[in-house]
Design a protein around this ligand. Sequence first.
Ligand SMILES: C[S@@+](CC[C@H](N)C(=O)[O-])C[C@H]1O[C@@H](n2cnc3c(N)ncnc32)[C@H](O)[C@@H]1O
Length: 211
Amino acid sequence: MQNKISEKEGIENFFANITSELSIQYVSMLDAFAKEGNWLSKHFASKFSQIDAVDICDYADTYKKNIEHPNAKFHVMNNIEYISNCNKTYDLILLDSPMGDFGGQSAEHFGIMEQIVPLTQPGGSTILIFNTSLEPYDYDAKKNQNWKAIRNKFYGKNDTSKMSSQFYITFYINYFRTLGLTVTHYDMFARRSTQAGDKTSIDLNLVIVKK
Ligand SMILES: C[S@@+](CC[C@H](N)C(=O)[O-])C[C@H]1O[C@@H](n2cnc3c(N)ncnc32)[C@H](O)[C@@H]1O
């Protein structure tokens, strides 16, 4: 379902609505693209009692200041490295990745999605949050050719410059199924003050998966 409401409203509604969902705990959160945490992460952090934040750049001091959380640990490293050495599981995994190409095979959340499966709750539910865009900004730019290729391969299309919400929802439900995860709840909200469906807006996908 896609709602034409703002990010803040969407997040509030999501948490109001999922209280009835089965076996959701609000204990541990992995913030896999943490940065300074003041844009998106802060909306979620206060709901969880344990936070692991990861960023390849060192934003530790500003993150802790912005989040104001007594149990937030900041790990300065590549998130793939963190995940491959991690033996914890999480109730929320926040994937607030940049939309473009940020080196190697890592673009958007594509490289990390499969890696996080062992970190979802065994026999329980995990909330996954990630970005999508209906018309990704600067898709055809010369500097974005690598991203474009990775993106098209991930979605199995020759052209992903114009996408529909329904495509994304159907794609991710099937994709998670191939990873052994069943989607039990799917919401999509507009980020920032734009409306979901605005061409260049980024949408927030809030998905509950069960393993
Ligand atoms: C969109 S920002 C995150 C914003 C943040 N969630 C907030 O609420 O303000 C994306 C961040 O991902 C980080 N990043 C990109 N690739 C990464 C990787 N492979 N491992 C860890 N961090 C990465 C960048 O350094 C950047 O700080």
